[in-house]
Design a binder for this molecule. Structure first.
Ligand SMILES: *Cc1c(COP(=O)(O)O)cnc(C)c1O
Length: 456
């Protein structure tokens, strides 16, 4: 039986289903399995499996309170919505393997986790009874992946706030064109920060939260990280190499954390290359040992415009030797001073497994153009950041797999700026004439609460 604990050490161990429904631990920490299984002696057998077969093998080690047949169906259903038979195929482009994680319904890698999480919520609610009302705030990508993860599911409603007129028209349509009765799009007369404030304040009202079964799908949910470990194994096997490196365009540290956990479980990974845009708190951390806040700047890779990475605490917990007390001390430093510091090792870095760098807007646009000119392959701006940072660290001995986190057609303007012409995708082209549903709402907590009560 796999149990889950909190990074802050103040929670009695719980099972997988409870961990999925809990999200954040009551002590403010993040959930992690009590111990990680060592899968080294299974890699050979696993390397012959299809994506969904492999997903079952990996996830079943952690979801021990779900019967095998049920879990298999959950996984099969989750990846049947992908429009590529391999789910997460790799293609060779220049010196790199590009791992395409954008074949899900919203054309971004978040679908890999959120299609699974949506089905998982639905399964658990069916078993246990009860309802879930998901409330979220989005500036774009996460909202649409979350909506597509739970659309049409019984016992679940989803309310996603976006800042009216401030989300890209395409991203807005990806959300508002979902007409299922359980999906509510709220265009808030304010900024993304206003949306987030409304969300935090509403969740902070514990009576309201429990009284209305409010939940969230944010990136700290353990099931999201878990679902993402699968493609590290899968893509490494596809290369046939003994060891690989991964380059990961990073924002909230959820994606690269999954790679770290795969490595800890025994997947031979030589280096994890952490790539950020101008919002570089994480690349600064791995190079200096100091994790220090800075202001968020807007870039052409908006899903990485993050300064406080919500999954970073999970890595830090391992870094301090799984010592909850030490971890709490560091998190308090960060809360009080806006920065925390860890010791560098004898090689002068935080962790020999990680290298880190950043790519700015000019370099990102240049990389998109260069790959199109040289290889006829169009990278989206997030993926391009990963590729350009990987170029700096490329080592000859082992293949480097660059995670492609979104389809370039989602980021039309950046692609036009880089190459002079747009890229198309039939899913997005079809949105042009799609019917939409969205309710405008005041930038006001009570207005949103009233809306929730009226629609639950
Ligand atoms: C969310 C996202 C990222 C960043 O992933 P994290 O898990 O937050 O580090 C990168 N690229 C795209 C396209 C994303 O949507």
């Amino acid at each position: 039986m796999m149990k889950y604990i909190s990074t802050r050490g103040q929670m009695a161990p719980i099972g997988f289903q409870d961990a999925v429904m809990t999200g954040l631990a009551p002590d403010g920490g993040l959930l992690l399995p009590e111990s990680l299984p060592d899968v080294s002696d299974r890699l050979e057998a696993w390397s012959k499996l299809s994506y969904t077969e492999l997903a079952f093998e990996v996830i079943s080690l952690f979801a021990t309170d779900i019967p095998a047949a049920d879990l298999k169906k959950l996984i099969d259903d989750s990846y049947a919505t992908f429009n590529h038979p391999e789910v997460a195929p790799s293609v060779q482009v220049g010196d790199f393997e590009i791992l395409e994680l954008f074949h899900g319904p919203t054309l971004a890698f978040k679908d890999v986790a959120l299609q699974f999480l949506g089905n998982l919520f639905s399964y658990i609610l069916e078993k246990r009874g009860g309802k879930l009302n998901i409330l979220g705030a989005t500036s774009g990508d996460t909202g649409s992946a979350a909506i597509h993860g739970v659309r049409g599911k019984p016992n679940i409603n989803i309310f996603i706030m976006h800042p009216a007129g401030r989300t890209s028209p395409l991203q807005e349509k990806q959300m508002t064109s979902v007409l299922d009765a359980n999906v509510f799009n709220l265009a808030v007369d304010g900024t993304f920060d206003d949306c987030q404030n409304i969300m935090k304040t509403t969740f902070g009202d514990v009576d309201f939260k429990t009284g209305h079964s409010l939940g969230s799908v944010n990136s700290v949910n353990w099931a999201r990280v878990l679902a993402q470990t699968v493609y590290y194994f899968y893509s490494a096997f596809q290369t046939g190499a003994k060891s690989v490196q991964f380059s990961v365009p990073t924002g909230n540290f959820g994606d690269i954390l999954a790679g770290y956990l795969a490595q800890q479980m025994g997947l031979p990974i030589g280096k994890l290359i952490l790539a950020t845009n101008e919002n570089d708190i994480l690349s600064r951390f791995f190079n200096t040992g100091v994790y220090g806040m800075a202001d968020v700047v807007s870039t052409i890779s908006p899903s990485m415009d993050i300064q406080v990475a919500s999954n970073f605490e999970r890595y830090l917990y391992f870094k301090v030797g799984q010592d909850a007390e030490k971890l709490v001390g560091l998190m308090n430093d960060f809360k009080e001073k806006g920065s925390l510091k860890v010791e560098l090792n004898e090689n002068g870095v935080v962790d020999d497994l990680f290298v880190a760098g950043k790519g700015d807007t000019a370099a990102t646009l240049e990389t998109i153009k260069r790959y199109k000119d040289e290889y006829g392959y169009v990278l989206d701006p997030h993926t391009a950041v990963g590729v350009l940072v990987a170029e700096k660290f490329q080592m000859e001995e082992s293949p480097t797999i660059c995670l492609a986190t979104a389809h370039p057609a989602k980021f039309t303007q950046a692609i036009i700026d880089a190459t002079g012409e747009a890229v198309h995708h039939p899913t997005l082209d079809a949105l042009a004439d799609a019917e939409t549903r969205c309710d405008p709402i005041a930038n006001d907590i009570d207005a949103v609460k009233q809306y929730l009560v009226g629609h639950i």
